[in-house]
Structure formats: structure tokens, C-alpha cells
Design a protein around this ligand. Sequence first.
Ligand SMILES: NC(=O)C1=CN([C@@H]2O[C@H](COP(=O)(O)OP(=O)(O)OC[C@H]3O[C@@H](n4cnc5c(N)ncnc54)[C@H](O)[C@@H]3O)[C@@H](O)[C@H]2O)C=CC1
Ligand SMILES: CC/C=C\C[C@H](O)C(=O)/C=C/C=C/C=C\C=C\[C@@H](O)C/C=C\CCC(=O)O
Length: 262
Amino acid sequence: MRLENKVAIVTGGAQGLGKAFAEELLKKGAKVCICDLQAAEGRKVVKDWQQRFGRHSSMFVPCDVTDHDSFQNVFRTTKSRLGPIDIVVNNAGIGNEGDGWQRTIHINLIGVIEGTRLAVMYMSKEEGGKGGVVVNVASTAGLTPVFNTPVYAGSKYGVVGYTRSMAANPSIHEVGIRFTCLCPAYTDTTMFKSEKIDDLKKVDSNDPLVQMVMKAGVNTIEDVANGFMQLVETDNNNGGVMTVTKYKGIQYRHGKPLTNKL
Ligand SMILES: NC(=O)C1=CN([C@@H]2O[C@H](COP(=O)(O)OP(=O)(O)OC[C@H]3O[C@@H](n4cnc5c(N)ncnc54)[C@H](O)[C@@H]3O)[C@@H](O)[C@H]2O)C=CC1
Ligand SMILES: CC/C=C\C[C@H](O)C(=O)/C=C/C=C/C=C\C=C\[C@@H](O)C/C=C\CCC(=O)O
């Protein structure tokens, strides 16, 4: 997919991976709407991008992906201000395992399903759209058990299974949308820092969590953004599940995906 003048929505784009994904799309000439709970941060980020990429390059819409009306407003506003939507990146996520763990499922899985359904509504050729690509951000925690974050892993397993099932639709060519999954391992963002691995390492380098992180390695945000751009720009990867790990780099899980090639 050539990105010049394409229109993208990135959820959770005020910081971390979502912000990086949006910036890489802007560098390739796409126009981007980011949405996030963090309104002040989102507006600040877009103000910087408008100075660097042009006043009409980007926009921010405050949104909670668990609130259907708020999420639908992102699509409606983006289409009216930037044009028909070509790319939807369902990136927003949290990692709460304690009280309120249900919100982890609501944001990470139900929010991704909501965003994918809105993407079909706005991009499907069967709905008058131009087709496009959906990137659902899961995790390697959606491919392999992670003992310390079972709720989070459950949400990410759900994202992988849901996305691959959407891609397996026999009439996918009529829909004209590629459904793909991005599965990074640990990546150096605010979310990862909440795990306080360095503190754990000082106390006990043999801690099972420390061992798991040391084995997987820790991606830089740039490592994952590089994988993301490959996923978006590659046209024959419907159903693709891409892993990004420090020790194996960028790979497609289950081999190169040609599920119901568009
Ligand atoms: N950092 C890591 O180690 C990894 C992260 N991921 C996934 O990548 C995605 C991005 O993660 P990071 O950038 O690391 O996290 P982050 O915590 O740095 O950023 C997440 C962003 O999503 C926003 N957000 C949270 N709930 C929201 C909601 N209900 N509605 C709208 N926006 C909301 C937050 O305000 C924040 O700006 C998440 O889905 C995460 O699960 C996957 C694998 C590894
Ligand atoms: C509370 C959540 C906070 C941070 C979690 C972080 O955001 C995240 O997503 C963590 C991922 C954890 C991954 C754990 C194990 C990784 C194992 C690696 O060796 C790679 C595993 C699978 C990829 C290779 C493959 O089997 O295809």
C-alpha cells in the first residue's frame, strides 16, 4: 500500500507505540487522526506534527475506545475532516491485572473488536468504502502463556483469534480489507516500565519474570514501528500475524500469510 495521502486512525496515539506508529505514517505522507483518553497530551502531540507535517496532516479526537459513541465519533470526524479512511490501527491497551481487571478485557479486546467493526463500516467496499487495512495490536502475550499477566494474555489471545477469523472470511475480496495482527514482545514504553523489571532484577536476577524478559529481550519502540510499517505497506498479508522480538526480529507467525488473498 502506498501511503501518500492515505487516511489513518490510530487509537491510543498520545504516547508510546501508537504515537510512534502515527509519526511513521505521517513521514510517508499519510494523514493521521489519533484518539486517546489523554486529551491534553494528544493535542500537544498533534500541534507538533502540524508544525512539522502541515496544518492538515493530523488531528486529535478525545476518545475512550470502550465508549461506542465516543469511538464512532472518531471515525465520523476523521472522514469529514481528512477524507475516506484507509488504515485503522487498534493500538490502545492497558495491563491491569488487579481490581478493575475487567477493564483490561474491555479496552484490549472489546475495544479492538469495536474498532474493527467500525473499520468495516467505514472502509468495506460492500459499504461504499475503498477497502484498506486494519492493524490490531496484540502482543506475543497473545501467542504464548505469560504467567504473571493472565488477564492481559487472555485479552491478547482474543485479539489474535478474532483478527485471524475476520481475515478468514471467504468473501474478504468483496470487503477489500486486510486484517492483520502485530505481536511485539516486551517494548520499552510506559506500559513496560510499569512492570518494574529493573527493580526486580536488583532483588533477584533469577526471578521467573526477570528470566522471561531476559529471554525475550526488550524491543525499542523503533523496532516495533519498523514491523508495523512492513505490516501496513505489504499488500498480500491478509491474516498476517507479525511478531517483533529482540532475539528473532520481525517474523510472520504461521508462515507468510496468504489467507484468502485479496
Ligand atoms: N510496551 C510493551 O511491552 C508492549 C505493548 N503492547 C501493546 O501495544 C499497545 C500500546 O502499548 P504501549 O504504547 O506500550 O502503552 P502506553 O501505556 O505507553 O500507551 C497506551 C496508550 O493508550 C491509551 N489508552 C488506554 N486506554 C484507552 C482507552 N480506553 N481509550 C483510548 N485510549 C486509551 C493511553 O492513554 C496511552 O496513551 C497496547 O495495546 C499494548 O498492549 C504489546 C506488546 C508489548
Ligand atoms: C501488564 C502488562 C505489561 C506489559 C506487558 C507487555 O505490554 C507485553 O505485551 C508483554 C509481552 C510478553 C511476552 C512474554 C513472552 C515472550 C516470549 C518471546 O520469547 C516470544 C514469544 C513468542 C513469539 C515467537 C513465536 O512463538 O512466534
